[in-house]
Design a protein around this ligand. Sequence first.
Ligand SMILES: Cc1cn([C@H]2C[C@H](O)[C@@H](COP(=O)(O)OP(=O)(O)OP(=O)(O)O)O2)c(=O)[nH]c1=O
Length: 213
Amino acid sequence: MTPDVSRPAGPFCSTAPLILASGSPRRQEFLKNLGLDFQVLPAVIDETPEPGENSVHFARRMALEKACQVAGIHPDSYIISADTVVTVRDRILGKPADGEEALAMLTALQDTTHTVITGLCLHHREKKITELQTCSTEVTFARFPETALRAYVATGEPLDKAGGYGIQGIGGFLVRHIRGSCSNVIGLPVSQLVTLLLHHQIVAPCPSREDSL
Ligand SMILES: Cc1cn([C@H]2C[C@H](O)[C@@H](COP(=O)(O)OP(=O)(O)OP(=O)(O)O)O2)c(=O)[nH]c1=O
């Protein structure tokens, strides 16, 4: 593989075959920034909550199902998967189906605090390793006129994102306060993930980086 010279080398190196079971460009970017070599293999699963299922259970179940599906094809690799949902007043908000649903989600989040929950899974079928964790972040939105929300939806940014916004992009204007991991809101609790990867010795600090100080 040709190294990407425009990107500074990340602080870690992979020590085992690693698969990201996600089509999310944000999750891919996080792993690239860490310096990891990995393959991308998005899982295709039914992402519908069971009746009465709470958000934490749902996000964990989705992350586990994504990992297990890809493990069926690659039982000899470590698989990372995640699922991010927004929850407000006991409702689970996934990705909006269209602009109208995105607007309804953003309206429900106005001037209030919601929780962003990510289920994170690290799985290796042959080694019988399944780590399933949760990360929660509280996000408080300001209030804006409906015309502003409509104009934001028209940018197209909300459509592939849970809750109908992207904190890392234009949607940053919606957020008055955040408590907890920001990377978690963007789809991957990176600090928690690196702790897991180091614990299982799947990544190591990159020796060339350590020596170049
Ligand atoms: C709230 C919020 C969500 N998101 C994204 C993170 C996730 O990619 C997405 C939630 O959908 P997910 O179903 O978690 O992930 P995905 O469909 O993008 O990818 P895959 O199912 O293949 O793993 O919303 C942001 O990028 N910024 C935000 O501020």
